[in-house]
Write a protein that binds this ligand. Structure first.
Ligand code: ADP
Length: 470
């Protein structure tokens, strides 16, 4: 049943119907014109011969009529006109017939056309002849005296066998032409439809496989037309979907892994506290360790919640005086840097910069970058925060003289849970999600993040944000 709804079937059927209709109309028109042309031609020729004969026999129908002579004349004319020729007198009685044996000599003809001719009119008709068992055309022409008096009729009748045979041949030719046209068009449209529907079938099959969970689908693109473009977009979509799904799976595994580590430690600590006798200060140490792990777990869950919030909701932007926000944060961090033996330098220009954004999230970006600079820079180092306006965006740079990042890790640095040095990150309370959150927030604000770093020398973290239009 679906076959009948397929594009291939409908396209081919439509083309065939169109070609059938067009060929039908053309054939009908062509055939009718030709038939009329032949009939008119033969009728005119018979009429001309009739007039000629009428002029010729007018003298023979006066007074005593000589049937033998008239029949001989009729026979002569019959040969020229290629038709049977009859003469009647003014009563419609046959006085000459080109057919000698079995002719109609001396018989009265009461055909309508003979009657019409006796009244002075030329008439013609097509009818069936029992004698020759075929269609014939008959023309009756009056024989007129000079005064206009009708003295007889010339009746010519010609077989239409030849004409009908020719018309039959033409009909056969037209039928054959229609069949050939339909075969060519049918084949052509089926091939064309196949070309169109082939990629659609591949698309359907790939989409079905995706619905079954096999997301890693790719279709070969063979054309640059609309279907080719659809296939191209499908490939992009399938790749993205597969990428996101894999990422999601990896993320879930990573989360489980990240949660398991503090949980295992906490389990061991709790077991030790429960099962072993220990001094009060050792007990306190264990409890402190438990507290640290709990804190780490809480930080991880908070970061995860932050990320999922970022993914779920769009930011609600408001006007932010970004230079003041940065200056305030540098002020807030001064004590912590001082405490760690680091210098935090404010290298901001003395200018106001306004942009649209979510202030809490922008604070989070700066705070994550400053926390990292703090964590990954040894005492005695410096961290500098600068701000520059470039065309219609602001670029913030957080530069440290810390441990730096190996070149091969630079491209992974903004991925979730990526850490260069896992132990060091954990020590500093890192979750491995800080830069992922930075990148997500900046992207939400229409900006970019990037990093330049050299191991043992330091790192420069940049992020850009579009400025509010004037
Ligand atoms: P973490 O919580 O581990 O700091 P982030 O996503 O903030 O997670 O950072 C990912 C990793 O990038 C860190 O583990 C660290 O190895 C590296 N990193 C981030 N900032 C710096 C920096 N300023 N200097 C050196 N390495 C850094």
């Amino acid at each position: 049943m679906t076959r009948f709804y397929s594009i291939r079937f409908r396209l081919t059927a439509t083309f065939l119907a169109i070609i059938l209709a067009v060929m039908g109309i053309i054939s009908l028109f062509f055939y009718n014109t030709l038939e009329r042309y032949y009939m008119n031609n033969i009728e005119e020729s018979l009429e001309r011969s009739g007039y000629l004969a009428s002029d010729f026999v007018v003298g023979h129908l006066r007074g005593q009529i000589d049937s033998v002579r008239l029949s001989a004349l009729a026979e002569d004319m019959s040969r020229q006109a290629q038709a049977r020729v009859l003469f009647t007198d003014q009563q419609g009685v046959v006085v000459g017939d080109s057919i000698r044996v079995g002719g109609l000599l001396n018989q009265a003809l009461d055909h309508q056309d003979v009657q019409a001719a006796l009244e002075g009119n030329v008439s013609s008709r097509v009818g069936y002849s029992e004698r020759i068992q075929h269609q014939v055309i008959q023309v009756a022409v009056p024989v007129l005296e000079e005064g206009g008096q009708v003295t007889g009729v010339v009746l010519l009748s010609a077989s239409l066998e030849e004409v009908y045979r020719t018309l039959y041949d033409i009909r056969r030719f037209l039928f054959l032409a229609t069949v050939i046209a339909m075969a060519v068009v049918g084949g052509g449209s089926a091939a064309l439809a196949h070309r169109f529907t082939g990629p659609l079938e591949s698309l359907t099959s790939a989409a079905r496989k995706m619905a079954e969970g096999k997301l890693d689908q790719h279709i070969e693109i063979s054309s640059a037309d609309e279907i080719g473009r659809l296939a191209e977009q499908f490939n992009i979509m399938a790749k993205r979907l597969s990428y996101y799904t894999n990422n999601l799976k990896k993320f879930a595994a990573d989360v489980a892994h990240e949660v398991r580590t503090p949980l295992t430690t906490m389990g061991l600590l709790t077991k030790a506290l429960k099962e072993h006798e220990m001094e009060a200060d050792q007990q306190q140490e264990f409890i402190n360790d438990l507290d640290d792990e709990l804190e780490r777990l809480t930080a991880l869950v908070n970061d995860l919640l932050e990320l999922s919030k970022l993914e779920k909701n769009d930011i609600e932007p408001e006007k932010v005086a970004f230079d003041s926000l940065l200056r305030d944060m540098i002020g807030e961090y001064q004590y912590r840097f001082l405490h760690a033996g680091l210098e935090l330098i404010d290298n901001l220009p003395d200018e106001e910069f306004v942009l649209y954004g979510a202030p809490l999230q922008l604070r989070q970006v700066v705070s994550n970058l400053l926390d990292n600079a703090l964590n990954y820079t040894e005492a005695g180092g410096t961290v500098t925060v600068s701000l520059e306006k470039e065309e219609n965006e602001l670029v913030v740079k957080v530069e440290d003289t810390g441990c730096g990042i190996p070149e091969e890790d630079l491209s992974y640095i903004f991925e979730r849970f990526f850490r260069v040095d896992r132990a060091r990150s954990r020590e500093g309370g890192g979750t491995g999600l800080g830069l992922a959150i930075v990148s997500e927030i900046v992207a939400k604000h229409g900006g970019r993040v990037w990093v330049e770093s050299e191991e043992g020398v330091g790192s420069r973290f940049y992020f850009s944000l579009p400025l509010a239009e004037e």
